[in-house]
Design a protein around this ligand. Structure first.
Ligand code: PXP
Length: 238
């Protein structure tokens, strides 16, 4: 059974467009959990463009599903993670000018701080994942830094033209196998939707997906409960 993490950042993006109180990502997290999501994923960005500290705090309190915090490897975020105590932290790269996370982390020559943050979180019994492109060298670096898991960036696959799909899928398969052989759990996410998720589910090493945009986009028309249930159905879960 592949777990579904629902990313509710996009609800906060709509709220922040008006700097008001609605729609509330805390309510979205509770609704996603009720619909069957195994995990709620939030990205607390340095610029707080969508999820705010208050959202993270309340989601931690309200939701009983697992909480996955995506964050940059900075001292400020390390302190927030230790106080919040999510079930897992996924380290992601962050650039202020990007619209969304554009690529995986570069762990080659990663600053010593990255390894220290991984160790600090592990000591606090928070699982650690690295968001990586399907690149074997990056996967090996993640193992060297003792990450518990990798989340393979599926953006290139999701955006690929039909003729390039097989190559992108093969890269994800190779990366998943390599990560598993190195003792890490394998997650995947970014750009996944109700259609392109099927070939990803056929990769046996992948045990968790984190999906946001496609679910929230469908929720605008059918409601969040049904959008989450539809994704679980697409994943063969119901
Ligand atoms: N995983 C990570 C690490 C991400 O940064 C994002 C985007 O916020 C997602 C998964 C979900 O991507 P999408 O919104 O395209 O489904």
């Amino acid at each position: 059974m592949v777990r579904l993490g629902v990313n509710v950042d996009h609800i906060a993006t709509i709220r922040e467009a008006r700097k008001t109180y609605e729609p509330d990502p805390v309510s979205a997290a509770a609704a996603a959990e009720t619909a069957g999501a195994d995990q709620i994923t939030i990205h607390l960005r340095e610029d707080r463009r969508h999820i705010q500290n208050r959202d993270a705090r309340l989601i931690r309190e309200v939701v009983h599903a697992a909480l996955n915090l995506e964050m940059a490897a900075t001292p400020e975020m390390r302190e927030i993670a230790l106080a919040l105590h999510p079930d897992s932290v996924t380290l992601v790269p962050e650039k202020r000018e990007e619209v969304t996370t554009e690529g995986g982390l570069n762990l080659r020559n990663a600053p010593a701080q990255t390894g220290e943050i991984v160790q600090t979180l592990k000591d606090a019994h928070i699982k650690t994942a690295a968001f990586l492109d399907p690149d074997l060298e990056q996967i090996r670096e993640a193992a060297r830094l003792h990450f518990d898991a990798v989340e393979i960036h599926t953006g290139s696959y999701a955006n690929a033209a039909a003729g390039a799909l097989d190559k992108e899928l093969a890269a994800i398969k190779d990366a998943a196998l390599a990560a598993k052989r190195l003792g890490m759990a394998v997650h995947a996410g970014h750009g996944l939707n109700y259609h392109n998720v099927t070939p990803i589910l056929a990769i046996p090493e992948i045990e968790e997906l984190n999906i946001g945009h496609a679910i929230i986009a469908r929720a605008v028309f059918v409601g969040l409960d049904r959008a989450v249930r539809d994704m679980l159905r697409a994943m063969g879960r119901v």
